[in-house]
Design a protein around this ligand. Sequence first.
Ligand code: ATP
Length: 952
Amino acid sequence: MSANSLPEDTASWHSLEVNKALNLLDTNADSGLTTENVQERLQKYGDNELKESNGRSSWEILLDQFKNIMLLMLIAVALISGFLDFMAWQAGELKPGEVPFKDTIAIMAIVILNGILGYVQETRAEQALAALKKMTSPLVRVLRNSKLMEIAAKELVPGDVILLEAGMQIAADGRLIEQSNLQVRESALTGEAEAVSKQANLILPEETSLGDRLNLVFQGTEVVQGRAKVLVTNTGMQTELGKIATMLQSVENEPTPLQQRMTQLGNVLVTGSLVLVAIVVVGGIIQARGFGNFRELLEVSLSMAVAVVPEGLPAVITVTLALGTQRMVRHNALIRKLPAVETLGSVTTICSDKTGTLTQNKMVVQSVCANNHVFRVTGEGYNPIGDFLLDSQTIDVEDYPEISALLLASAVCNDAVLQKEKGEWAILGDPTEGALVTVAGKAGIEKDQWNSKLPRIAEFPFDSERKRMSVICQVEEVATGEASLRAVDPVIASFIQSQPYLMFTKGSPELTLARCTQIHLGNNFVPFTDEQRAQILAENDRMASLGLRVLGLAYKPMLEIPEEGSHEISEVNLIWLGLIGMLDAPRPEVKAAVEESRNAGIRPIMITGDHQLTARAIAIDLGIAQEGDRVLTGQELQQMSDQDLDQQVDLVSIYARVSPEHKLRIVQGLQRRGRCVAMTGDGVNDAPALKQADIGIAMGITGTDVSKEASDMVLLDDNFTTIVAATKEGRVVYTNIRRFIKYILGSNVGEVLTIAAAPLLGLGGVPLTPLQILWMNLVTDGLPALALAVEPPEADVMKRPPFSPHESIFARGLGSYIIRIGIIFAIISIILMLWAYNHCKIPVEGLDPERWKTMVFTSLCVAQMGHAIAIRSNNKLTIEMNPFSNMFVLGAVVVTTILQLMLIYVEPLRAFFGTHWLPPTELAICFGFSALMFVWIELEKLFFRFTGRRTV
Ligand code: ATP
C-alpha cells in the first residue's frame, strides 16, 4: 500500500494485529520509514503539533483588563468630568479656543490604552511562555532508515517506529509493537491518576473504550515505567488528545505574587484617596461655610483621584518581569512560570543533584575489580580504545577471563548505543551505561554483536528507587553458534548447555552484593565467604572515596523467563562478577558558583543517588561540604521522624543513596524550617519534590518530560552555575521593581497632598488638571521608571543575604520611604505653590496670573527627574556612581525634561494641556525648587551612611 492511500483515521488500531497495522501504514518494525516516506507523509499530515487553546476567548481577556478597581475609578472620573464640561459648555463658560471634554477624552483614551496594553501584554506573555516551553519540547527516539535517531516530536509522522522509556511524554498516538513492563499514566486523557499496564500482544474488540485500549498509547500521556517499541498511528490534531481540543493543556498565566500584591495596593490606594477626597470636600465646605465652592472641590477631588492611581506601574512591572525572563534564558535558565522570576531572588537553599549538574556527566571507567584483582583502565571519553593495567603493567585481556565475563555483563545489561557522529565517538542514552559499553569495547566486546548472540527477551528496567536493573537473555542458540560464548567465558558457557536463559544484573554494589550468594572466580564460581564480601565492600569504599561512581555486576542462569514485575523474587541467588568504577569529573566552573552562592547567603546541598563516599569526595572538592561533615543516607532518613529530620536539615549538606521520595521529605523539612528551596530533579519520580519546592528545576538535556512539566524553571545546560546566575537575576529584578515602585508611588503621594493642600490653603482653583496628572504619571514618571527597570545590578547583589519570600513588598523601609518622600515632595511643591500664587497675583503685562499652576506642574515633573537620578542607588551618592552605567535613565531624564518644556513653550501643546507661558526667571525658580528633591535624597543617603543604617 502506498503512503497516499494510508487510512485517514482508522479508529480501531486496537483491534488489529501488529503486523496488520504495520502493513496498513506501509512500514517496518525493524527499519522504520525511509526519508522519502517521511517527506511524503509530512506533506500529507503536517507537523505533529497541537493547536493550543487557553480556554478564554480574546474578548474575555480584553474585558478582564477593565475589571481593575483603579481603571473603574478612572472611568468614573472621566464621566463626572465630562458631565462638568457639558454643564460649562451649556452655560457658555468655555474659554475661546478651549477644547470641550478634553479631560474625559484623555482619561478614556488612557483607560482604553491601558486595557489594550494589558491585553497585548497578557497574550504576548502567554505566547512568550508557550514559545519558551517549546524550547524544551520533547525529543523522540525514532527508527528511520534502519537507524536509531533523536528527532523533535513535531517531526513524527504516522508509520514511524518510536522507542519509549520511563519518564517520556508520549508524542503521538500509537500501537504497541513490543513492550517490557510498560506502565503509562493517562490522566491527561482519562483523568485516571493510576498508571495503566500496557500489553502489545492483545487484540481487543472494536468497541473497547479508550481507557481500556491496553495495546495502544496516546499522545500527552506519560511513561511511568518500562519501555516499548511503538508504531505511530496518528499525529497532531488527529490524535485522541487533539480531538478533544478543550482539554489541551493551556499555558498557565497565574498572576505573580507581586501582581497580586499590586492589585491589593490598588484597593488600598483607591480607598485612601476616597477618604482624602472626603476630608478635602468636607474641609472645603466648612471653610466656605456652604456649597459655594462645591464645583471647585469636585474638580480637586477628580484630580486627586487621577493622581493617586499609578497608571504606568502595571506596564512597568510586566515589562520588567519579561525582561528578567529574557535575561535568564540568555543565561540558560528557562522560566516556565512567571512567579519564579520573583521567587528566585528569595532562594536560601539550593538542593542539587550531583550527576550532570555538579559534575560533567561524562563518565569514563577508571578501574575494574574482579577476582580479587583491580585493573586500571586507560583511554579518554567514549572512544572504545584503551588498555587494562594490572600493577602498572598492560595486560592481555584474554589472559583474564574474569574481566571478559564482567564486561560482557556490562555490555549486555545496557541500553546505551555507542556510535560515531561526525568522526567522534558519542553515546545515545545514559552516560553511566555509555561508559560501560565503551570499556567493554576496549576489551573487544562489542555490544551490538552480543545483542544478537544473546537476544534480550525480558528485563527489569532501571529505577532510581531500586538502584539496579536486570536483563534476561536467551542463550540456547549461542551454544552452537559460530562465536561460542566459551571463547569469552567458559563458566558462563557451561551454563548455556544446561540452562536456556541468563540474567545479568547491574546496580549499586551494596544492594547487588546483598542479592548474591556465590562469587565468580577465574573460571569457576563458589559460595561467598564473609571475608570476600568484606573485601568487595572495602574495595567499593576505596573506589567511592576517590569520587568514582561504582557499579556492581552479577549474573544468574535461569530455566524460565521470569514474570513481569517479579524482580523481588527473581533477582536473588545471583553470582557476583565484580565492580566497575567510573569517574565523572566535577564541572570546573561549579566551585566558584558554590562560593558565590555561599557569599550570597544561599546554602548549596548535594542530593544524590550515589554512594556516600563518592558524594562526599565530590562535595568536598566543590566546597559544598567540609571534611568531617555528616552525610545523611536515604536509609537513615527513612528511619527518622519529621521532627528528627527538622533538627538535621540545617546541618547536613550531603544526602547520599537517596530515592526520589526522600527528596520530597528533605524539601518539606527545609520548608518547615522557613527556607525557600530550589530543588533540581530529572526523573519521573522527582516530580512531587519539584512541585513542592519553591522553585522546581528540571534538567533541559537529561531531564524527563515529566520532570520538566512539573518544574518552574528548566536548566538548558543542566549546570549548577546556571541556578546561581538565575538567583542573581531574580535579585536584580526584585530590587529594580522595588526601586521603581518607590519612585512612582513617592511621586503619587506628593501629587495628591499638593492638590489637596490648594483648597485647604484657600488658593483659588486646582493646581493640576486631570490631563496634566495623567501626563505626569504616564510620561514624566513612566519613562524614567522604565529606565530604572533595567538598572544594572549593584556590586553587592550577591554579597548580601536573600530577602524573605514572605516579606511584604513594603518591607525594609519601602513603605516609610514612599510616605516620607511623598511628604517632602509635597512640602517643596506647596512652598513653591504659595510663593508662586502670591508672586503671580502681581499683574505683569502679557503674563497670566494663573501661571502659578504651571509652575507647580513643572516643578513636580522636574523634581521627579532628580529623584530618578538619585534613586539609582540606595547607598551610593550620585557622584560616586558612573552616570553612564544606565544610559536609559540619563536618556529618559533628558527626553522627559525637553517634553515638559515643549508643553510650556509650544503653542498648540500649551493650549491642549492648559499650561501657561513662563518667563525664564520663573522657570529657573521651578528648577531650583525641584533640585531640592535630589539634594534631600542625597542627604538622606549620607545620614544613613553615618548612622550605619542600611537601606535596601
Ligand atoms: P544524582 O542524584 O547525583 O544525579 P543519580 O540521579 O545519577 O545521581 P541514580 O541515577 O538514581 O542517581 O543512580 C543511583 C545509583 O543507581 C547509582 O549510584 C548507581 O549505583 C545505580 N545506577 C545508576 N545508573 C544505573 C544504571 N543505568 N544501571 C544500573 N544501576 C545504575
